[in-house]
Design a protein around this ligand. Structure first.
Ligand code: SAH
Length: 373
C-alpha cells in the first residue's frame, strides 16, 4: 500500500463525511466507516463487512487507517506499560498505560519533545522537534487498545485519557483540539469530557481559546506559589504570570460549567516544599474551583533536583488541606521503566532556535514558540 494514501485517522467526522462525498460515496458510509474505526478499532477496510465490496476496494486503493508504529514496549512490575512510537526514522515519542483499581489511564503525547523548558522535566532536556498530527494523537489511543487486546463489544480497556505525555498540548492547539473532538465523539470512542484531561504549563491565551472550543477537564502545572520561583521552574510564567494564569483557569471553569481545575505541583526538596509555601499555595486557590495534585519528583539523569522526603510531602498536603483547598498525592507509577511523570524522553532531535528557560526568552504564538526580540 502506498504511503501517499490519505490517512482517514485524524479527520473529524465532518471532514470524513466530506472526504467520502468527494469519493462519490453517500454520507451514511462515512458514519459506518467512523464506527468501524473508532468503535471497533478496525484498521483494514476488508474487515468492514457491511460496506459494499466495491466501496471497500475503492477505499483500499485511496486511503489507509494508519496507526503510529511501535519502536519498543516496556512492561513495568506494577502493570504500567510504556511504548516508544515512531515519529520518523530517527525520532520517537512515548505513551504510557497506567492500570489502577477501578480505572485505567492512558497518558499520551502531543509533541515530539517540548519547547517549554521546565527545569525539572526530562522531556525539556530533549528540546523540541515537531507537533504530532491529529492522526498521531488519536492513533495512540487506538494503538493502545489494540496492544491491550481490545475486542469490539467488550468494555473499554482505557477509562481515562490524559494529555500529560511529551509536549505542551496548547502549543499544538490546531491538532490537539480536533483530536479531543474525535475522542469525545459519541459515535466513536465516546470518552466523557471528565475522563479526558488536558494538562498545560500555562499558555494563557490558549486557555481562553480552549474555553471556546472544548470542554475537557483542565490540569495546570503550577509547581510554585509565587512568580519568582515559578519563573525559574516553568519559564512560560515570565510571559504569563500566576495571576493571569489563575484568571484564565477560573474563566475556563465558568465557561465550561466544569467542576474544578487540577493544579499539579511537583515536590522538589528544599525548592518548593516548605509549609510556608503550602500555605501560600492554599491562599492562592482557596474559594476557587481548584484541587491540588502533589507529584513526588521523578529524577532523571543529570537533574539538579531531588524528590521531597515523604514526611515533607505529607506535611505539605496537610497545610494545603488546612488552608481550605482539596489536595491529593499522586502515586508514582512505572518508575522502574522511566514511565513516570516527567521521565518521558523519547528520541528527539532538537531544532528549536530558542527555548524558554535558560536561553533567550521566546514569544509563544498561537501554535508554536517563536523567537522573541
Ligand atoms: N506540558 C504539559 C503536559 C506535560 S504533563 C504540562 O506541563 O502540563 C506532565 C506533568 O508531569 C506536568 O505536571 C509536569 O509538570 C510533571 N512533571 C514534569 N517533570 C516531572 C518530574 N521529573 N517529576 C514529576 N513530575 C514531573
Amino acid at each position: 500500500m502506498s504511503v501517499e494514501c490519505v490517512n482517514l485517522l485524524g479527520l473529524t467526522r465532518p471532514q470524513l463525511e466530506d472526504w467520502v462525498l468527494g469519493q462519490g460515496g453517500k454520507a451514511f458510509r462515512a458514519r459506518q466507516l467512523w464506527s468501524w474505526m473508532y468503535k471497533r478499532g478496525a484498521t483494514q477496510f476488508d474487515a468492514m463487512t457491511d460496506l459494499a465490496k466495491d466501496f471497500r476496494a475503492q477505499l483500499s486503493a485511496t486511503a489507509q487507517i494508519r496507526l503510529p508504529e511501535i519502536v519498543t514496549r516496556q512492561d513495568a512490575a506494577d502493570g504500567t506499560i510504556k511504548w516508544m512510537l515512531k515519529a520518523d526514522d530517527a525520532q520517537a515519542f512515548e505513551m504510557v498505560y497506567i492500570p489502577e483499581e477501578g480505572r485505567a489511564t492512558l497518558c499520551i503525547s502531543s509533541q515530539v519533545g517540548c519547547a517549554m523548558d521546565c527545569s525539572f522535566c526530562s522531556t525539556a532536556q530533549q528540546g523540541f522537534n515537531r507537533n504530532l498530527t491529529t492522526a498521531e494523537i488519536v492513533g495512540q489511543v487506538l494503538l493502545a487498545q489494540q496492544e491491550l487486546g481490545f475486542q469490539p463489544g467488550e468494555n473499554r480497556l482505557i477509562s481515562n485519557v490524559v494529555l500529560m505525555g511529551m509536549g505542551e498540548p496548547l502549543a499544538n492547539f490546531r491538532n490537539v483540539v480536533p483530536a479531543m473532538r474525535i475522542l469525545l465523539d459519541e459515535l466513536g470512542l465516546d470518552f466523557s469530557r471528565r475522563r479526558l484531561t488536558l494538562s498545560t504549563s500555562g499558555l494563557v491565551p490558549q486557555i481562553y481559546k480552549l474555553a471556546e472550543e472544548s470542554n475537557v477537564a483542565l490540569a495546570v502545572s503550577l509547581h510554585a506559589p509565587d512568580d519568582e520561583l515559578r519563573n525559574q521552574l516553568v519559564p512560560i510564567n515570565r510571559l504569563h504570570p500566576i495571576r493571569e494564569l489563575l484568571d484564565a483557569c477560573w474563566h475556563y471553569i465558568d465557561e465550561q460549567n466544569g467542576r474544578s481545575v487540577t493544579f499539579e505541583y511537583v515536590m522538589l526538596e528544599g525548592v518548593n516544599d516548605s509549609p510556608a509555601q503550602a500555605r501560600a499555595l492554599a491562599r492562592l486557590l482557596k474559594g476557587h474551583p481548584a484541587k491540588v495534585n502533589l507529584i513526588p519528583f521523578n529524577p532523571f539523569p543529570g537533574t539538579q533536583y531531588r524528590r521531597s522526603k515523604p514526611a515533607a510531602i505529607l506535611a505539605f498536603l496537610d497545610q494545603v488541606l488546612k488552608g481550605g483547598v482539596m489536595a491529593t498525592i499522586r502515586k508514582t507509577r512505572g518508575d522502574d521503566i522511566d514511565a513516570a511523570c516527567g521521565q518521558l524522553a523519547g528520541r528527539v532531535i532538537d531544532r528549536t532556535t530558542v527555548r524558554l528557560g535558560s536561553r533567550r526568552i521566546g514569544v509563544v504564538t498561537q501554535n508554536r514558540v517563536a523567537v522573541g526580540s
